[in-house]
Write a protein that binds this ligand. Structure first.
Ligand code: ZN
Ligand code: ZN
Length: 151
C-alpha cells in the first residue's frame, strides 16, 4: 500500500478556487502535514501542533477552518474512534474500499487493516435487506498485541 499520497495540488487549487478560496502557504502547510502524518489519525489540535513547527504564525482557528474546508472538498475524512475526538485522515483515491481500524483500549493505538474481508457480509446484507451498499466503515475495539504482552 505504498504510493497513497496522491494529492494533486493543481486539482486542489482549482477546487479551492471554485469555492472562492486560495491555496495559501498556510493551507498548503496543513495539507502537507496531513500527508506527512498519514496513518496517524490526527486530531485538529495535533495537526495544529505539527503545522506550527514549520508555520509558527498559524492560528488554531485557521487550522479548524481549513480542516472543515478540506473535508467538504473530500480531501480528508473525519474518523470517530469513540474517544471523544474527531480525527482526520486522507481520503485515498486508489483505495477500493475504506480500510478498517483496530483501536486499542489500553494505549489508544490505532492499527489499520487493509484487507477488506467483508465481501461476503456485504453480499448477505444486500440480499437480506435489499440494501445497496456503497461503502462501509469498520472499527474493532480491543487490546493490541503490545498491551497484551505487558500483562
Ligand atoms: Zn486510517
Ligand atoms: Zn495497546
Amino acid at each position: 500500500m505504498e504510493q497513497s499520497n496522491t494529492i494533486d495540488f493543481n486539482v486542489l487549487k482549482e477546487e479551492l478556487k471554485q469555492k472562492g478560496y486560495k491555496l495559501t502557504p498556510q493551507r498548503r502547510a496543513i495539507v502537507d502535514t496531513i500527508i506527512d502524518n498519514e496513518g496517524e489519525h490526527l486530531t485538529t489540535e495535533e495537526i495544529y501542533d505539527e503545522v506550527k513547527k514549520n508555520c509558527p504564525e498559524i492560528g488554531l482557528a485557521t487550522v479548524y477552518r481549513t480542516i472543515i474546508l478540506l473535508e467538504e472538498l473530500g480531501v480528508i475524512c473525519k474518523l470517530d474512534l469513540n474517544d471523544g475526538c474527531s480525527r482526520y485522515e486522507l481520503v485515498r483515491k486508489n483505495e477500493g474500499h475504506r480500510h478498517h481500524h483496530l483501536v486499542c483500549n489500553e494505549c489508544k493505538g490505532v492499527i489499520e487493516v487493509q484487507d477488506d474481508l467483508l465481501d461476503e457480509l456485504e453480499e448477505e446484507v444486500e440480499r437480506s435487506y435489499g440494501f445497496q451498499i456503497l461503502d462501509h466503515s469498520v472499527k474493532f475495539f480491543g487490546i493490541c498485541r503490545k498491551c497484551q504482552s505487558k500483562k
